[in-house]
Write a protein that binds this ligand. Structure first.
Ligand code: ADP
Length: 589
């Protein structure tokens, strides 16, 4: 036992230390058992190395290239070796051979030029070569090209005696072309003339660990990219220790560097807007108590510059102790300030629109209501004039008086429609279950005489549904569309069809289809404007041009929509819904 044993022992300690350092560097709990196991392997192999160094003083022969190699690892024969000494040497050789061959990690003796001198079974298995195949090659051949320079530079440093040993992670190329990650530990044996004799290499398979690390790196990178793309900041709260890990984006959202923030929950809590604090803390508490599936809140946080930013935070308890108390809570922060401001602007705009609409409706209502009375007076007086003085007026006077009476009556109609239009907007929608089959039948019934006069037919689908709507107004929609279909029709056989079709979202689309004159595409939007008519006043039975705008208003008040398809000369189909798309009808009656 001499310096070499001590060197071997030191090598073992060195390898263990290295493993401990690697372990703390990787810091992964899952890797720790593997690292400890590989530490044990290293210690074992270091002892084998010690054995080599203690027991073996190899006799040196020269190979063809002039490289000295140990022809045998037994001591060189003395001039007159005793029988015992020879026996001891043979035993040592056998012990070494067994130890090396059965070592669970790869081991090799390598010439200063890199040629494999001796390799064990574990190494052969690792790289997939037979021993004879490996012995005719060198380590450079099976080292991954990207790792070779680093390895060679270590070798040179050793040969220059700048270092005594080295460890490195590198890749070998297996016989089948695959790469395998290994941890290489190398020391160098010098001869008594201070010339390098051979390297002793220990090779551990760390492929699984490297692949796990790589998979972890990729998944971390993916997570980071996703968080970056989603502009999400993260927080990770160790509840018992009251330690919070805020990430850089979390801090940046409120204008800080992470280092400027104390890693405590109070850092966040104190930055919450006083008006939001109670509802945010209540939501958090409810989740910590296990009353909600996730924690979610939208609230303001104070920015470093003193302004308030809006945050949407979501989180979840991911670990609880045996009493069910939260141990770890993780979550994200999303800056929703812009959306929040846009929402507020939109809400303000909608309020303003509602106010001005109401004002307009009030105005139309008051104006038409107040105009009605004097207008009725004018109409009455023009009728009295006609009755009492028509005979005394000349033809021109009579014509003017008739025109006055006609215009007054028309103005009365218009004012009446305007009043009706404004009423539709002001009416409280008393919704009830309405059997549309009955309602439409009533409408058609009330039109019987008029339909006969115009040779018109109305065909109503058998199963119109019962829906939740305003009975009178819904009937008015059908009435307006049916009368228009018969009115704006030059067909000898005027026909209107009333039916339904599904709207794809579980609701019902009603249609009123006619075989009338059709509506040119350029007018299809304008016809919904109040008092818009496409024809001369006395054509197609006249009208005020208010029917479709009132119809549209009724439909919209029910949360529905109205549109049409038309072809000039062939007919028009009006489609409409009487419920918003998320409401479903009550089903056919
Ligand atoms: P009114 O019938 O009192 O004129 P509406 O608002 O009901 O008012 O209709 C506006 C205009 O749209 C009508 O004047 C007519 O020109 C056109 N129109 C409405 N329905 C039809 C239809 N089914 N076919 C052809 N044109 C139509």
């Amino acid at each position: 036992m001499n310096r070499r044993i001590i060197a071997g022992g030191l090598a073992a300690i060195g390898v263990l230390l290295l493993i401990a350092v690697l372990g703390s560097l990787y810091g992964s709990q899952t890797l720790l058992p593997a690292i400890l196991a590989s530490g044990a392997l290293s210690a074992l192999s270091a002892l084998i190395v010690a054995l080599i160094l203690q027991q073996v003083k190899p006799s040196i022969s020269r190979d063809k290239t002039g490289v000295e190699e140990p022809s045998s690892l037994t001591p060189p024969p003395e001039a007159h070796p005793s029988h015992r000494a020879l026996e001891t040497a043979q035993m040592s050789e056998e012990m070494f051979r067994l130890a090396m061959n059965n070592a669970p990690i790869g081991m090799a003796l390598v010439s200063p030029e890199g040629r494999w001198i001796r390799v064990n079974r574990a190494l052969c298995d690792l790289v997939g070569y037979a021993e004879e195949e490996l012995l005719v090659t060198d380590f450079q051949t099976i080292t991954h090209p990207e790792d070779l320079d680093k390895d060679l530079s270590h070798v040179q440093q050793m040969l220059r005696k700048e270092i005594d040993f080295y460890h490195m992670e590198k890749r070998y190329i297996r016989k089948n072309g695959e790469h395998v990650w290994i941890l290489l530990s190398v020391s160098l044996v010098w001869d008594h003339n201070d010339k390098p004799r051979y390297f002793i290499s220990q090779i551990q398979d760390i492929d699984a660990r490297k692949k796990a690390e790589e998979a972890l790196r990729i998944s971390k990178e993916r997570l980071e990219l996703a968080l970056q793309a989603g502009q999400l900041g993260t927080w990770d709260w160790d509840v018992p220790a009251d330690e919070v890990h805020f990430d850089a984006r979390w801090a940046e959202m409120i204008g800080y560097q992470v280092e400027e923030l104390a890693p405590r929950a109070s850092t966040w809590e104190q930055a919450i807007h006083p008006e939001d604090r109670s509802h945010v803390l209540a939501a958090l508490e409810a989740h910590l108590q296990g009353n909600t599936e996730t924690y979610e809140a939208e609230h303001r946080l104070r920015h470093k510059d003193g302004t308030w930013i809006w945050i949407l935070t979501k989180g979840k308890v991911i670990e609880r102790n045996s009493h069910g108390e939260p141990r770890r809570v993780c979550g994200t922060h999303l800056d929703v300030t812009l959306q929040r401001h846009a929402q507020e602007e939109l809400a303000a705009f909608a309020r303003e629109l509602e106010r001005s609409n109401k004002e307009l409706e009030d105005f139309a209502h008051i104006a038409s209501h107040d105009l009605k009375e004097p207008l009725r007076g004018i109409r009455n007086y023009s009728t009295f004039l006609l009755e009492d003085y028509e005979a005394v007026l000349d033809e021109d006077g009579q014509h003017k008086l008739h025109t006055l009476a006609r215009l007054t009556s028309r103005l009365e109609d218009l004012i009446g429609e305007l009043l009706h239009y404004s009423r539709v907007g002001r009416t409280q929608l008393a919704l009830q279950s309405v059997d549309l089959h009955v309602a439409v039948a009533d409408v058609v019934d009330s039109l019987t005489g008029w339909l006969e006069e115009l040779h018109g037919h109305v065909i109503v689908e058998d199963c119109l549904p019962t829906i939740h709507c305003h009975q009178v107004l819904a009937a008015e929609v059908f009435r307006n569309l049916i009368t228009n279909g018969i009115k704006y029709n030059n067909n000898e056989n005027r026909q209107v069809e009333v039916g339904t079709q599904p709207n794809g979202a579980g609701g019902t689309v009603f249609y009123v289809r006619d075989n009338g004159i059709g509506i040119a595409e350029r007018h299809q939007e304008a016809i919904f404007r109040i008092f818009k008519r496409l024809h001369a006043r006395d054509k197609f039975g006249g009208g005020t041009g208010a029917g479709l705008s009132i119809t549209q208003k009724i439909v919209r008040r029910h949360g529905g929509n109205i549109w049409l398809e038309s072809e000039e000369g062939k007919g028009t189909t009006f489609f409409f819904t009487l419920q918003s798309s998320d409401e479903t009808p009550e089903g056919p009656s």
